[in-house]
Design a protein around this ligand. Structure first.
Ligand code: GLY
Ligand code: MN
Ligand code: MN
Length: 542
């Protein structure tokens, strides 16, 4: 008896020991449950929301990419494995055994052989215990059960990206789940409009009557490059109509067709509600997001200290990512961007394969992902520790623009305002430097937007209307002057982006990434500091 007790105690303490050796600061299951409740409260009666987990994606042969969960699915469930689906009902449902439930998750069944290769999985029991679902089944059951989606007034889904692999080894992969859903719900027989055709239809439906003819002419001209859209009967009729009476009739017809529901499947509500929910962060989310941001800022600081002209872009990337891992961040939130000189002009440059950064400015846009939440921080620094006069002029212009952009990040202000502030200052500044002829001259030196939400996605969803407290957004103006640009050669190959992550509060913007130096003086001061990596010398293998 005593022996049995001892064995039991040993087993419990071993399990606890194992648990204590894995991260414990993920969002709690109560957080995800609350998100499901909020979503349910926003769904019309007699409806169901269906959200799929991400699939595994193949890298090559028998090697897959590292799995990353679909952020909406994670937000609603906390599940970090592939090949699952969750159903959230507006009202209680009753199963054949009389059990009542208003949500159900289908997860891969546990399989000792697969777990020997790939690690422990939650399975149905774990989904109940660790994720807090009262009703959970295997993914395979989802494909086999006769679920009646047609009985609902609305079946809310997010549009499929359809890049699921069909690996017939296991039933219950996301591919099978999506296919089963499409069959059960009648999705397969739905006529899904091409999004571009839909876009043109919307333009016609919304054109003022006074501009019916003008739109027809413009469409006819611009669709010369995309003749396939002219084949749509309504677009074709609209373009060929020879009077405003006819065009007006067609406008009405298109309006009606846009409002007509093909089936009970709805693509609109779920992304809209999730965007509205996800754009404002809860205290638990802010804790994780702030940690991801601070880790990324420390990465920038360590690189500032370690940077040497003979370093490669890859090595610089490695130092950032080493810092992330040292803090326990699982992933990068997006492929790291480290571009020296002209490479910095490629906005999402991820090759990072220049072997020597030399005297160039190095643009470094990287973000740690911590427990699902990703930072997005950019610093641009001179590889040799000192800004040249030209590099400094461009850098200080971007910094001035960024300061002005951050300043307007206040509750009640509009999402477009930082963009307007930064564009105005950059246009004035480029003209003052003689890079463009006047502040209103057209140019391509700042070709991207200034702000976006961050969170579970680096480009997090949101309504992009007015700022609200506890949103976290980037402010990231930039100037990019590629070789061959129509300006003095001395500016060629200079690319600067400064990107910080800003928390909107009622007391004004809080720069969560501000501990990474931003001013020329503070960057040069930080770069003059000794790095522990100066003494990290590896053997020459050539
Ligand atoms: N790192 C991507 C972006 O700044 O939006
Ligand atoms: Mn960004
Ligand atoms: Mn970025």
């Amino acid at each position: 008896m005593k022996l049995k007790l001892l064995v039991l105690l040993l087993t419990i303490s071993c399990t606890n020991l194992l648990k204590s050796q894995t991260p414990t600061d993920y969002l709690p299951k109560e957080f995800h449950k609350k998100r499901r409740e909020i979503l349910r409260s926003k769904m019309p009666s007699n409806s169901v929301a269906v959200v799929f987990a991400n699939p595994l994606r193949n890298r090559a042969n028998d090697v897959d990419y590292v799995f990353h969960q679909d952020p909406n699915f994670y937000y609603l469930t906390g599940f970090r494995e592939p090949n699952a689906v969750v159903l959230i009902f507006s009202e209680n449902q009753t199963d054949a055994n009389g059990n009542s439930y208003n949500e159900i998750i289908y997860v891969p069944k546990r399989d000792p052989r697969s777990e020997m290769w790939n690690g422990k999985r939650l399975g149905v029991a774990g989904a109940k215990e660790e994720l807090g679902f009262t009703m959970a089944k295997t993914s395979e059951e989802f494909t086999m059960e006769s679920l009646d989606f047609k009985k609902f007034d609305n079946v809310h889904i997010v549009k499929f990206s359809d890049d699921y692999r069909n690996n017939s080894r296991d039933k219950g992969e996301t591919y099978d789940l999506v296919n089963a859903f499409k069959n059960k719900s009648g999705y397969h027989s739905m006529k899904i409009k091409n999004p571009n055709v839909q876009y043109i239809h919307k333009a016609i439906a919304n054109v003022p009557d006074a501009r019916l003819e003008e739109l027809a002419k413009n469409l006819s001209k611009s669709l010369e490059i995309y003749p396939e859209y002219k084949k749509d009967p309504l677009i074709n009729e609209y373009i060929s109509a020879d009077s405003d009476i006819l065009r007006k009739e067609l406008k009405q017809k298109i309006k009606l067709s846009l409002n007509k529901r093909e089936s009970n499947i709805d693509f609109k509500l779920l992304p809209e509600v999730l965007a509205e929910m996800r754009e404002v962060k809860t205290p638990e989310e802010l804790k994780l997001l702030t940690k991801a941001i601070r880790i990324s800022a420390v990465g920038q600081i360590e690189v500032m200290k370690a940077m040497q002209p003979e370093m490669s872009e890859t090595e610089i990337q490695g130092i950032h990512e080493f810092v992330y891992k040292k803090y326990g961040a699982e992933y990068e939130g997006y492929p790291s961007i480290v571009g020296a000189g002209n490479n910095g002009c490629i906005l999402h440059y991820i090759e990072n394969n220049k072997t020597k950064v030399g005297k160039d400015l190095v643009l470094m846009d990287l973000g740690a992902e911590y427990r699902g939440y990703t930072a997005d921080v950019t610093r641009t620094i001179p590889a040799n520790g000192k800004f040249s006069p030209e590099q400094r002029a461009i850098y200080e212009l971007v910094l001035e623009a960024q300061d002005a952009g951050i300043e307007v990040c206040k509750p009640g202000n509009q999402f477009w305002q930082p963009g307007q502030e930064t564009k105005n200052i950059i246009n004035e500044g480029l003209a003052a430097l003689g890079i463009i002829s006047s502040p209103s001259a057209k140019h391509n030196y700042f070709p991207h937007g200034t702000s976006h939400h961050i969170g579970l996605d680096v480009h997090d969803p949101g309504t992009y209307g007015a700022f609200k407290e506890n949103m976290v957004i980037t402010v990231e103006p930039g100037i990019y002057i590629p070789e061959g640009s129509p300006c003095d050669k001395k500016w060629w190959g200079i690319a600067v982006r400064i990107e910080d992550d800003i928390l909107i509060t009622k007391n004004g913007p809080v720069n969560l990434s501000g501990e990474a130096p931003r001013t020329v003086e503070n960057i040069e001061k930080m770069m003059a500091k000794k790095s522990i990596l100066n003494d990290f010398v590896l053997p020459n293998l050539d």
